[in-house]
Structure formats: structure tokens, C-alpha cells
Design a binder for this molecule. Structure first.
Ligand code: GLP
Length: 258
């Protein structure tokens, strides 16, 4: 079982930011992996607010992108680089040389993925990697059935991922068909080499998949369940997302005794 921190939703961003702050206190230029999506927004808002108050300095950290769409250009609103620029990198004042983008251009994509891996290794790998959880258990764009040893690669996107992602743009008026068919993602093998991982999960709609991630078998069919093999991975979730977790055995023992 991964350690699970369950917090009230209003504390979600602060708790995640506390983890990052403690890493940056030890190493100002730490390498941090950042996901997109709705889940990490409270973290990014909290980081920017702390930086504005002089409570944290984000300028020295090195930021690694986790995934994006194949073919997306940074100037397109749909690209994850564009999204992270808007929500974190630009307002944080991060020098673009401190950002490792995931490659997206199809021409030399296999070589570009190897280059991304080499650059990540040259930075010493991720000190801390934040992940979101897809409704189908994906992490990054490692969809069900992904190879647990994979490095960064191109992957077809599942229909559910395209549907969910369609809601991110144009106030939800995009159809799943407007979302690219392929993504590029940090591989599961690369993810599992991060020194520390925090899986961020919030909202009642994630309660079922979080319970399967943590309490069903460890299987590539639920890619996030593979995080249970990592020595320093943990989950940070809100109360709603924890709603379908079964009590852990020690708690049950206490109930029997009382
Ligand atoms: C997206 C991204 C993931 C993200 C996940 C959860 O498709 N590929 O990197 O973490 O799905 O998104 P959300 O937080 O909006 O639920």
C-alpha cells in the first residue's frame, strides 16, 4: 500500500506545495516533474501565491514536462506546454532553459524521445515527480496495458482520455474527435526512476479508480498501480477521492477489538 495523505480539499494545494518546498529547501535547483490537468491547479496557484509573498523561490528549480500531444506546438492552446506556460512556468518566471519539454514534433520523434531521456539523465533524473491520475488509471499518457519498463514514447490515446481531455478547452465544447489521437509520454520505466513521486488525486469521480489503484492487484491494466512498487511514492488526495478506499487492516483489527 502506498502511503496516502487524505486532506480537506481546501488544504490540497498547500499540502502539495509543502512537499515541493521541502525539496527546494534541500536543493534549490531540484528537478521537478509537473503534470497538466485540473488536479494540480490548486498546487500551481499555491506555488505562485507563495512566491509572490516571498515564501518560496521557484526560479532555480528545473521543470520537466510529463506528457503532451503528438504534433502539438507550444503556441497552440491545446498543447500541454502552452497550458503549463500559462498556469505555472511563465507566471513563476522560470527561465525556458530550466524547462525540459517533452518532444512533440513527429519528424524525428524517436530520436527526440531519446534526447529527452538523455537530457533528463544529464540533469540527474527527477528529484520529485508529481503525477495526476486518469479515470482509466493512466499516469502521464501511459494508458492501460502500457509497458512497465518503457522509456519516453509515442502512444495512442484511449477514447476515454480523449473525451476527458476535450473538456479542458473551449469551455468543454470540443468533441473527443478534436483531441489528437496520439500522445507522447514519459514512460513508466522513466517515471519509476524518479527519486520521489506524489500521485495527486482529487474529486469523487476519481474515488473508484483510486481504490483500484491502491487496493486491487498491481497490473499494467491499471498503470498507476505500478507506483506501489516504488519505495518513495505516496498519494495526496482529498476526502472525496478517498471515498471508496477500504479501511486498512490495522484499522479493521481495532474495530474488531472495540
Ligand atoms: C490527462 C494527462 C495526465 C493527467 C490526467 C488527469 O489526460 N495526460 O497527465 O494527469 O489526465 O487529468 P485531470 O487532473 O484533469 O483529471
Amino acid at each position: 500500500m502506498l502511503p496516502v495523505d487524505v486532506v480537506p480539499i481546501q488544504d490540497f494545494g498547500a499540502k502539495a506545495a509543502d512537499h515541493l518546498a521541502s525539496v527546494l529547501r534541500r536543493k534549490a535547483e531540484a528537478v521537478i516533474g509537473f503534470p497538466t490537468g485540473n488536479t494540480p491547479l490548486p498546487l500551481y496557484q499555491e506555488l505562485l501565491s507563495r512566491q509572490a509573498k516571498g515564501q518560496i523561490a521557484l526560479g532555480q528549480m528545473r521543470a520537466v514536462m510529463l506528457d503532451d500531444y503528438l504534433g502539438a506546438r507550444p503556441d497552440q492552446e491545446i498543447s500541454f506546454r502552452n497550458w503549463l506556460d500559462r498556469h505555472l512556468f511563465v507566471p513563476a518566471g522560470l527561465d525556458p532553459r530550466r524547462i525540459l519539454p517533452i518532444p512533440t514534433q513527429p519528424q524525428n520523434i524517436a530520436a527526440d524521445c531519446r534526447d529527452y531521456e538523455n537530457r533528463l539523465n544529464a540533469w540527474g533524473g527527477c528529484d520529485l515527480l508529481f503525477l495526476g491520475l486518469g479515470l482509466n488509471g493512466h499516469v502521464g499518457f501511459n494508458e492501460p496495458g502500457a509497458d512497465p519498463d518503457s522509456i519516453t514514447h509515442v502512444t495512442p490515446l484511449s477514447q476515454i482520455s480523449r473525451q476527458v481531455n476535450a473538456a479542458y478547452w473551449k469551455h468543454g465544447s470540443l468533441s473527443a474527435d478534436s483531441v489528437p489521437e496520439y500522445g507522447v509520454t514519459m514512460g513508466l520505466g522513466t517515471i519509476l526512476r524518479a527519486r520521489e513521486i506524489i500521485l495527486l488525486v482529487r474529486g469523487a469521480e476519481k474515488a473508484g479508480i483510486l481504490a483500484r489503484t491502491l487496493q486491487a492487484e498491481i497490473t499494467p491494466a491499471i498503470p498507476a498501480s505500478l507506483l506501489r512498487r516504488h519505495a518513495r511514492a505516496r498519494v495526496l488526495c482529498d476526502v472525496a477521492a478517498a471515498g471508496e478506499l477500504k479501511p486498512s487492516p490495522p484499522q479493521r483489527a481495532q474495530e474488531v477489538e472495540s
